[in-house]
Design a protein around this ligand. Structure first.
Ligand SMILES: Nc1nc2c(c(=O)[nH]1)N[C@@H](CN(C=O)c1ccc(C(=O)N[C@@H](CCC(=O)O)C(=O)O)cc1)CN2
Ligand SMILES: NCC(=O)N[C@@H]1O[C@H](COP(=O)([O-])[O-])[C@@H](O)[C@H]1O
Length: 194
């Protein structure tokens, strides 16, 4: 059975999408651990709901320790084959990348490559920039993770056209819906080649 570890900073909506797809037999895998950097992350409640071991790992909780090493060791201890970044807001560092080369998958709420990726481009910031710049389309990119933000090999993208009166809230909602489809399709594609 392919094992997946989750890294998330907030709600972990992508994690729940993946878990529901697993429960619905759309994806043959098991989510075995959830890790967050955020003590208040709602993803912790979701992990408990699905009876998945969950951990908070951040500098405050482990002052002076190597967070990269700690996360990597935990994912390895749980036997993870893949790592899914479900709205994880911290840079993935060298030890985790080395341990999981082209096995870390991220979902980004814009089309890449573009100026809507990289440092500062996360969550609502992305949608605000898209609308401010008068873009006519946006979308979702699922990609493998390398040392650089939003620079890894692209697994798939899904596009949408913006309405004339699109707002940040309306775009965020549409992107979230599109993202759910993209996550399922991307994992089916990756696991088919496992
Ligand atoms: N090595 C990599 N690490 C991460 C990647 C990646 O592609 N390579 N993707 C991100 C997810 N992400 C976009 O998809 C992303 C997340 C956060 C940021 C960002 O600018 N973060 C801020 C800190 C924000 C915070 O502390 O809440 C920063 O670095 O200053 C950019 C892109 C996950 N990691
Ligand atoms: N650049 C990374 C980034 O912006 N990721 C985005 O964070 C959201 C997390 O939402 P959630 O906490 O509700 O799952 C997700 O929509 C994801 O695309």
């Amino acid at each position: 059975m392919i094992k997946i570890g989750i890294l998330a900073s907030y709600n972990g909506s992508g994690f729940e999408t993946l878990q529901k797809a697993i429960n619905d037999k759309k994806i043959d895998a098991q989510i075995v651990v959830v890790i967050t950097n955020n003590t208040n992350a709602k993803v912790l409640e979701k992990a408990e709901k699905y009876d998945i071991p969950n951990f908070i790992i951040n500098d405050k909780r482990y002052p002076g320790q190597d967070i990269d090493d700690k996360i990597t060791r935990l994912l390895l201890e749980f036997g993870c084959d893949y790592v899914f970044l479900s709205g994880y807001m911290k840079k993935i560092e060298s030890k985790l990348i080395a341990a999981y080369h082209n096995k870390i998958i991220n979902t980004h709420p814009a089309l890449l490559p573009s100026s809507y990726g990289g440092k500062g481009m996360y969550g609502r910031n992305v949608h605000e920039a898209i609308i401010k710049n008068g873009e006519k389309k946006s979308g979702v990119t699922i990609h493998f993770v390398n040392e650089v933000y939003d620079d890894g090999e692209i697994i798939l993208t899904k596009e949408l056209e913006l309405d004339d009166n699109e707002t940040v809230d309306s775009l965020e909602s549409k992107i979230k819906d599109l993202e759910s489809l993209a996550i399922i399709e991307a994992f089916q594609k990756v696991l088919a080649n496992h």
